[in-house]
Design a protein. Structure first.
Ligand SMILES: O=C(CO)COP(=O)(O)O
Ligand SMILES: O=C[C@H](O)COP(=O)(O)O
Ligand SMILES: [Zn+2]
Ligand SMILES: [Zn+2]
Length: 331
């Protein structure tokens, strides 16, 4: 049993309280390898931003949960080396799918977990979330629950359409479970194809314009739970520039479209205090690697393509912090 406090990590409590008051959101970036982690920490250090490192089921299968935990511990020291006196770094389990997975992460030093019972019947979601909260709170670990289902593939469940969060359920859910934050469904979804072209309109340049997020649902939730931390999953904006680079150098991303940054800015100013971004980092990495492969075909030192990939991801992370989420200089 290792407690996250001994690793220099923090939970989300204070961070979220400050973010709601200050009208900004904390970036929750997924990581699966060293280059992503370095880029996240470099961006957080350069902008003096708090940051949430997220480990998904896919990441645990790909890179090993223990190894990722040690990397996060190392990241605290790395952030100090980069000049942060008191880094605010959360190690968070993304989309925890069972009590056992959450417990195993808590026991090895994660400071926050998500238990995602959103695809279960309501009462089962309540019971499972409460079980995780009861365990996690003994160790001061914070817990994110979820109500509502995002369209697309989520938690291995394929949903054709969004099931938006019902504002009339949130007080009951939060009271019964004791969770510390709540992920809601207002029209975002995972991956790089968040809307079909048929769901979009076109602007004067012929570019696809996705339908707006359901801010009325978010406002309904805020009214029911004033000051309670809200989380948005599926919040990549799928930058056109990265998609173009990928396709220019042999990629085949079709109809890729994300959430416009203007809408994320609006969300960040509300009770939304955690914004999850994974796909944008994947795109930034892939674009840089493809460009090196295409323009320098004789290169075979991984550092020569993973280095530019890391730099491109860092640029993206800094941009989100400074220009979209507003979490710069909040340490
Ligand atoms: O929600 C996410 C991780 O939990 C990531 O969402 P994106 O696929 O939009 O980056
Ligand atoms: O929730 C989705 C995240 O982008 C993580 O996805 P993953 O399980 O493929 O790593
Ligand atoms: Zn979910
Ligand atoms: Zn998610």
């Amino acid at each position: 049993m290792i407690n996250y406090k001994d690793l220099g990590l923090v939970n989300t409590k204070e961070m979220f309280a400050k973010a709601i008051k200050g009208g900004y959101a904390i970036p929750a970036y997924n990581f699966n390898n060293m280059e992503q982690l370095q880029a996240i920490i470099q961006a957080a250090a350069e902008t003096k931003s708090p940051v949430i490192l997220q480990v998904s089921k896919g990441a645990r299968a790909y890179a090993n949960q223990t190894l990722l935990r040690y990397m996060a511990e190392g990241a605290v020291e790395y952030a100090k080396e980069l000049g942060l006196e008191k880094p605010q770094i959360v190690l968070h389990l993304d989309h925890g799918d069972s009590f056992e997975t959450c417990k195993s992460c808590i026991d090895m030093g994660f400071s926050s977990v998500m238990i995602d019972g959103s695809s279960l019947p309501y009462d089962e979601n309540v019971a499972l979330t409460k079980k995780v909260v009861d365990y996690a709170h003994q160790f001061d670990v914070t817990v994110e629950g979820e109500l509502g289902v995002l369209a697309g593939v989520e938690d291995d469940v394929v949903a054709e359409e969004h099931t938006y969060t019902k504002p009339e359920e949130v007080v009951d859910f939060v009271t019964k479970t004791g969770c510390d934050s709540l992920a809601i469904s207002i029209g975002t979804s995972h991956g790089a194809n968040k809307f079909t072209p048929e769901q979009c309109t076109r602007d004067e340049h012929g570019r696809l314009v996705p339908p707006a997020l359901r801010f009325d649902v978010l406002e309904g939730v805020e009214k029911e739970l004033p000051g309670f931390p809200i989380v948005l999953h599926g919040s990549s904006s799928v930058p056109e520039k990265e998609v173009e680079t990928i396709n220019k150098y042999g990629g085949a991303l079709k109809d890729a479209i994300g959430i416009p940054e203007e809408q994320l800015r609006k969300a960040a100013a509300s009770a939304v205090c955690k914004i999850n971004i994974d796909s944008d980092s994947r795109l930034a990495m892939t674009a840089a690697v493809r460009e090196v492969f295409a323009t320098k075909p004789a290169e075979f030192d991984p550092r020569k393509y993973l280095g530019p990939a890391r730099e491109n991801m860092k640029k993206l992370y800094v941009h989100k912090i400074e220009n979209v989420l507003g979490s710069a200089n909040k340490l």
